[in-house]
Ligand binder design. Sequence first.
Ligand SMILES: Nc1ncnc2c1ncn2[C@@H]1O[C@H](COP(=O)(O)OP(=O)(O)O)[C@@H](O)[C@H]1O
Ligand SMILES: [Mg+2]
Length: 159
Amino acid sequence: MLELALNSLDAGATLVEIKVAGKYGKYTLTVADNGCGMDDHVLARCSDEGFSTKGSTGKGLSQLYAASDGKVKIFSRKGVGTSVTAEFSKAESGDVGASIIVVVADGADVTLDWRVGEGFTFDSRDFKRAFDDISRPETLAKIKKTINHNIRLNGGAML
Ligand SMILES: Nc1ncnc2c1ncn2[C@@H]1O[C@H](COP(=O)(O)OP(=O)(O)O)[C@@H](O)[C@H]1O
Ligand SMILES: [Mg+2]
């Protein structure tokens, strides 16, 4: 999840929408953004190992393919945004709360739609209204704790 969120931030996204859905043994992760998007050339090559338009490692998407047995769907439009969906049979989401606050700290808005167990949602814009400065370390720590707590209550143990 973090790799995908970082790709969205690198693409200049101001909104990152994350969804996790599924049940034991099979779940999907979707990260959608309103960043710069990809043209057809980049889209065709983005999941090649070592391909990067940022002079970076180019491993994020190729590792995602490997981790999800190729069950990855990428939609992207130049100037509009990108959406990446991956299917997993086991935990690949990492520390979700930590990934979320990386986006918040960057100044972008982020939503989490957690559809495992009873499910819950998080929208950083709600926190923005409630706190003076959402990017303060104490506030970020509180957000991370709240999200990971909710995940533990909502099937998080399976992930
Ligand atoms: N969310 C995104 N928005 C726009 N372009 C993206 C996005 N995700 C990936 N890309 C493109 O795909 C390339 C490969 O991504 P990735 O495998 O994560 O490698 P890296 O991030 O190291 O460049 C990126 O360099 C970028 O051009
Ligand atoms: Mg990357």
